[in-house]
Design a protein around this ligand. Structure first.
Ligand code: PMP
Length: 402
């Protein structure tokens, strides 16, 4: 007998990257050597002083529930972070801490969406947004942003997507999966449209803020137009900047009524983020930032190498990413080609499965991210894996025939 599950759960897709990770682990357990380019997390270790702070917190007895919105120390550290790095002045009441940025985003939708409310999501997008929206009865409105526009939303496309039911615009820069980064003037262009539509909230997912190349300066929409501060939720977290994915600490900053609503929801679900992880997050935010700088330099080396190797493979059209740790090559020229086994590659999913079978290299298909035919390859992995994986991909692609 199978369990009768709720319709909203049956309609939800499992997270593509988590599903991929499971498949790679299964293949590895079965004895296959798989080079994994699906990972969505830093392979670097959490900085030592952050780990020391967690140990100290445990020794000090900081092992109990904390206040639901976060410890006073962490909320104060987040207020300082926004002032120091983004020149945005928040009070502690504008800040909520959660178990990862993911929980903050999910709770924001839970707090605000009624049946049929629309959420504008530029594609390519991080896989979780549309399913999170649907979970609370919302309707994702996907706006395709092609390679010709640098994978970025234009003011015209935003304007055309807004209806009376629009509730949120979701922005994510640097972007997962394309690495696209919005400039201040591009954000000002979007802000000019948003100002005309006061009912619209903005969620800016800044989780890749510190993984930025080419001396680009990070800017979010509140920095670009401070008038939007009262209806923007800035989401960020410890996962990517400080290699702290497993610690599960993320945060949101926004208008007090929205923050209070999120706190109310967290109070009935997780109660608070881990007390130990919160102490570690204070050390990460307030402490020396050398890790952030050295990690960025390391990602840049890997990005340059993977870009060079992939660009040399016939059938891969690659745009160099400005941030985050992914490449998002177009593989249109591989579509309709035939594998040595006689199978025709009809979609980017077929291409990714072929690479897994033939090259033993795991990548994600663009379909999951809302723009096909593309692949997503993470370079949050060692230089040697990048060298070996790209070589294997090239060899597998060379075996394809018209
Ligand atoms: N937003 C984006 C764009 C991401 O790529 C991720 C992680 N894959 C998250 C949010 C979630 O981050 P966290 O670990 O803080 O939940």
């Amino acid at each position: 007998m199978s369990t009768n599950l709720a319709r909203r759960v049956n309609e939800m897709k499992p997270s593509a990257s988590i599903a991929a990770k499971k498949k790679v682990t299964e293949l590895q357990a079965a004895g296959h050597q798989i080079i994994d380019f699906t990972v969505g997390e830093p392979d670097l270790d959490t900085p030592g002083h952050v780990i020391d702070a967690a140990v100290q917190a445990m020794r000090n007895g900081e092992t109990h529930y904390t206040a639901t919105p976060g410890t006073p120390a962490l909320r104060a550290a987040i207020v300082s972070k926004f002032l120091r790095e983004n020149n945005i002045r928040y009070g502690v009441d504008n800040i909520v801490v959660g178990s990862g940025a993911k929980q903050i985003i999910l709770s924001a939708f839970e707090a605000t969406l009624d049946e049929g409310d629309e959420v504008i999501i530029p594609a390519p997008f991080w896989v979780s947004y549309p399913d999170m929206v649907k979970l609370y009865g919302g309707r994702p409105v996907i706006v395709t942003c092609g390679q010709a526009d640098g994978f970025k939303l234009t003011p015209e496309a935003l304007d055309a997507a807004i209806t009376a039911k629009s509730r949120w615009l979701v922005l994510n820069s640097p972007n997962n999966p394309t690495g696209a980064v919005y400039t201040e003037s591009e954000l000002k262009g979007l802000a000019d449209v948003l100002i005309q539509h006061p009912q619209l909230l903005v969620l800016t997912d800044d989780i890749y803020e510190h993984i930025l190349f080419n001396d680009l300066k990070f800017t979010n929409i509140v920095q670009a137009d401070p008038k939007l501060i009262d209806r923007t939720l800035v989401v960020n977290g410890m996962s990517k900047a400080y290699a702290m994915t497993g610690w599960r600490v993320g945060y949101g900053a926004g208008p007090v009524d929205l923050i209070n609503a999120i706190v109310k929801l967290l109070g009935q679900s997780t109660t608070c983020a881990s007390s130990i992880s919160q102490a570690a997050a204070v050390a990460a935010l307030d402490g020396k930032q050398t890790f952030v700088t050295s990690a960025r330099a390391e990602y840049l080396r890997r990005r340059n190498r993977m870009f060079e190797l992939l660009s040399a493979i016939p059938g891969f059209t690659v745009t160099p990413p400005d941030g985050a740790f992914y490449l998002y090559p177009c593989v249109e020229e591989l579509i309709d080609l035939r594998t040595p086994q006689g199978q025709v590659l009809a979609t980017d999913l077929d291409v990714s499965l072929y690479l897994l079978e033939e090259a033993k290299v795991a990548v994600l298909d663009g379909t999951a991210y809302g723009l096909s035919p593309y692949l997503r390859l993470s370079f949050a992995t060692s230089q040697s894996a990048i060298e070996a994986g790209c070589e294997k991909i090239a060899a597998a692609v060379a075996k394809l025939r018209p």
